[in-house]
Design a protein around this ligand. Structure first.
Ligand code: PLP
Length: 370
């Protein structure tokens, strides 16, 4: 990434030699990203991250469909990230009128106790007017993987007009997206979930799917996303995706074993601890536990003091933690949802850190309960 912040600083859209060097880097990165995602280079739209990729997928599809007139519908799982849920809800409220979205019905489809989408409910939610279905590859909080092949079969049979989008932001480091998202028209990824830079991402727009732009201006990315390219970020995204693909099998096994070690230790040493979803249903990086009777905010403060960086549900603007919409959708009661903590492991996590963390967590939970 470094040369693109210094000697090759030119705008990739320019017409001079410096610009050509920057553009070459963007196009080489596009080829790498495309081949690792099972797409063609022309299918890749670089964005400023996962949030923008999700917005482009959602609003770009709705705006393209709304051009044909008539009421339209969209569906998603209840456990989607806010970057999918909120633009859908905003469009349904008519706030996205600027994008041309008229009457829109949004169905938020139920999930099982493990967080897996209910395929029968999905089928019932779809119809001739459905233009978009968005189901994430893996959930960011609990880590639950969704059965995208089965989702695609339901969508193709019940909603022939629909574009299928998957938010693969959380899954990209651990799941081969080229095969497992082959049935999707749109796929969002984000570099920082792969160890790449923050503020870089991409949306795969698989032919013959068409989206309308959300950002208008210079017409970059074949008119699909205007704005000067973040060349360094794009190079970082491609490099991180390549590195993750190379080490994926080994890292899945290594990180999964560390996650199991953490979960097993805490389930054995801390009474009234529950795992939110079975391990074979979630990403190897995710350890999502509930410590009955313990307030997650207090626990996070204690863990932070002990050097353990964990997280809970999403924080609202006031800083207070709301009970997670993901856990509520899984049928967890709001009180219990407030006792949940998510531990996320990654390529830097070591066995020493796991053992240290397990000790800090056990002591903190014990302290809070007493
Ligand atoms: N989607 C999921 C599932 C995520 O986990 C995140 C970030 O945590 C996003 C979207 C947003 O991505 P970004 O932070 O790159 O905007």
């Amino acid at each position: 990434m470094a040369p693109f912040g210094s000697e090759i600083f030119a705008n990739a859209s320019g017409a001079h030699a410096g610009a050509r060097a920057a553009r070459r880097a963007v196009e080489e990165s596009r080829e790498v990203v495309a081949s690792l995602l099972g797409a063609r280079p022309s299918d890749i739209v670089f964005t400023s991250g996962g949030t923008e990729a999700d917005h482009l997928a959602v609003l770009g599809t709705l705006a393209a469909a709304a051009r044909h007139g008539g009421p339209i519908a969209a569906a998603c799982s209840r456990v989607e990230h806010a970057a999918v849920l909120e633009p859908l809800r905003a469009a349904a409220r008519g706030l996205a009128a600027v994008h041309g979205v008229g009457t829109l019905r949004v169905e938020e489809v139920a999930v099982s106790a493990e967080g897996v989408i209910d395929l029968d409910a999905l089928g019932e939610a779809l119809g001739e007017d459905t233009v978009l279905v968005s189901v994430m590859r893996a959930n960011n909080e609990v880590g639950t993987l969704q059965p995208l092949d089965a989702v695609a079969r339901v969508v193709r049979s019940r909603a022939p007009r629909a574009v299928l989008h998957t938010d693969a932001v959380q899954a990209a480091a651990y799941v081969d997206l080229a095969t497992s998202t082959a049935g999707c028209d749109l796929v969002s990824i984000s570099a920082h979930k792969l160890g790449g830079p923050k503020g870089a991402g991409a949306l795969v727009v698989r032919e013959p799917c068409r989206i309308a732009p959300v950002l208008h201006g210079g017409g970059q990315e074949h008119e699909r996303r205007s704005g000067t390219h973040d060349v360094a970020g794009i190079v970082g995204l491609a490099t991180a995706l390549g590195a993750a693909a190379k080490t994926r099998d080994d890292e899945c096994a290594r990180v999964g074993a560390l996650r199991d070690r953490l979960a097993d230790t805490l389930l054995a040493s801390v009474p009234d601890t529950a795992q939110s979803a079975p391990r074979d249903a979630v990403l190897p990086s995710h350890c999502h536990l509930r410590f009955s009777g313990v307030d997650q905010e207090e626990l996070l403060v204690m863990l932070d003091r002990g050097g353990v960086y964990a997280s809970a549900g999403s924080s609202c603007a006031s800083g207070a933690i709301e009970p997670s919409h993901v856990l509520l959708a899984m049928g967890v009661d709001p009180r219990e949802a407030r006792s949940a903590v998510r531990f996320t492991l990654g390529h830097t996590t070591t066995v020493e850190e796991i053992d240290l963390a397990a000790g800090v967590v056990a002591e903190a939970v014990g302290g809070l309960r007493s």
